[in-house]
Design a protein around this ligand. Sequence first.
Ligand code: ATP
Ligand code: MG
Length: 324
Amino acid sequence: MKKCVFSGIRATGRLHLGNYLGAVKGFLEIQEKGDYEMVYCVVDVHSITTPYKPDELKKNKREIIIDYLAAGLDPKKSILIYQSDIPEHMELAFYFSTVETIARMMHLPTYKEKVKQYPQSNTMALLNYPILMAADILIYKAGLVPVGIDQEPHLEVAREIARKMNQTYGTDFPEPVRFATKGEYIPSLTGEGKMSKTVVNSFINLTDSLEEIRKKIRSVPTATAAGGEMSPGLKTLFTFAQLFIPSEVEGFKKSYEGRTLQFVTLKDRIAEAIYADLKPFQERRVKIAADQKYVDEVIKDGAARARKIARETVREVKEKMGLS
Ligand code: ATP
Ligand code: MG
């Protein structure tokens, strides 16, 4: 049997550079290797664990499937799905919640951050997020998970759940590990925290025009910090430079140290390089978006293939837990 890979993205907005470099590039790298069964998901049920608008969710989730296709995921090789099309994910999450404690979930940094972001929405669904994520991964017995470094605490929970289920009920879940990319942590354009779909002014979308990218990169704060240290904004710019114009980094660093660096020159060069990288994606995206029937077929076919695997895992778990 082929080893399985799983990953997902929330439909809380349009994809940005962080999602692309930290997650989607990893999906493509693994697809390229050719020796894995791959399931790439739009985790629409995870998207309802924080405040959202139903009509926007409906639009965003489809846009992400189109993004996956435009980025180069091949639906013949990779199974592309909406999480809510496979209700077994939610069923398995409930079974998993019997081996995880409330205290453990409450201490996760990811949970604390989201509560800080949405103090009025500290819900059971949010607390259960990592358990549902463990179910997403383990329902396909996936051992490899291409996600950004921010997801590492959740993967730790998934490994813990796999161990506990195996010890308690004799299941055979693997302990999933993260597949890391070079862009595993893309900083926010504000100079604070990571780029996120739900943090305003933090991101560059994959569909942004050159104008928009230039404007956003120019907005990165570059005021010098006390003590001559590089400011967080400038560090962000050099992170982008390292990823998009690696051969030019040395030169820009030298002029920074010699105090001759014009920030706008560095910024505009980065903006150009980002746009050049995204242009082929944007062109493919226009073509795919024009073929809605194809997109529908991909979603329908993905659901049917994933559900077969998911049903079998849930059947096994129910049997081992004494439920059937
Ligand atoms: P939200 O604000 O709704 O949480 P998000 O931008 O954090 O959105 P997610 O849907 O939570 O995106 O994450 C999708 C994938 O993108 C995950 O694999 C996550 O690790 C990765 N990712 C998110 N932000 C970044 C980032 N700034 N750098 C690298 N990878 C990232
Ligand atoms: Mg997130």
